[in-house]
Design a protein around this ligand. Structure first.
Ligand SMILES: C[S@@+](CC[C@H](N)C(=O)[O-])C[C@H]1O[C@@H](n2cnc3c(N)ncnc32)[C@H](O)[C@@H]1O
Length: 208
């Protein structure tokens, strides 16, 4: 498990950003993310689903109505924004403060586990992805929308150089090898789609 100090640092970054977060992302949200979000939530299967790193609740408008969804985040202030959004939408989502690296749910609790733009900032992404595998049913699904380190050698190196500054400002890493992390945590990739070059990817996986 990653040092607790990194977890505290990242949580504080999101607490600090929460109030402005939707404003900062508004252009990208409008022209890119909104469409990608609905494509992901369309793939939710089963009766019970878990969203991790729910943030300000940007996926809430796209949740299927017939699925019981629990959503967690470790930032109290991001969750406050998500609660406001849930109330405006009349959403039945159960929001809880929790760290994806140490989930409080029993094994095999959910049919689908999902997240968008989360594993760039989880301090120990493999630990988080292992926890998702633990709480996911053996015939369940993992759905992720994530940005990651580009495969191009020069661009990858550039992302490595710029990464410490982005982490300091936003709490997110831009050079994570998330496909490798998903596999290391014991998931089998079923589908992978590149959405913005190879930087943003849509991934569907099942427990190995
Ligand atoms: C970049 S934001 C994305 C928010 C949202 N999923 C979206 O698509 O807009 C990352 C979110 O993950 C949360 N997060 C990061 N590490 C986490 C952890 N270890 N446990 C729970 N939430 C975490 C942050 O607090 C933040 O709300």
């Amino acid at each position: 498990m990653e040092q607790p100090s990194k977890t505290v640092f990242t949580r504080k970054r999101y607490d600090r950003l929460a109030f402005f977060y939707d404003f900062l992302e508004a252009p990208l949200e409008r022209y890119r993310f909104a469409h990608w979000r609905s494509r992901l939530t369309d793939r939710i299967v089963g009766d019970r689903a878990l969203e991790v790193g729910v943030g300000t609740g940007k996926n809430l408008p796209y949740y299927p109505r017939n699925v019981k969804i629990t959503a967690i985040d470790f930032s109290r202030r991001m969750l406050e924004q998500a609660r406001k959004r849930a109330s405006v939408l009349g959403s039945m989502v159960q929001l809880q403060k929790m760290d994806v690296q140490q989930l409080a749910f029993p094994d095999n609790s959910f049919d689908t586990v999902f997240g968008t733009f989360v594993f760039c900032s989880v301090p120990d992404p493999v630990a988080g992805l292992k926890e998702l595998k633990r709480v996911c049913k053996s015939n369940g699904r993992l759905l992720l929308l994530e940005h990651m380190r580009p495969g191009n050698v020069l661009l990858g190196l550039l992302f490595d150089v710029v990464n410490p500054m982005v982490v300091r400002m936003m709490g997110a890493n831009i050079n994570r090898r998330t496909m490798d992390n998903i596999k290391k945590a014991g998931w089998q990739i079923l589908k992978e789609e590149q959405l913005s070059g190879d930087i943003v990817r849509w991934v569907e996986a099942k427990p190995l």
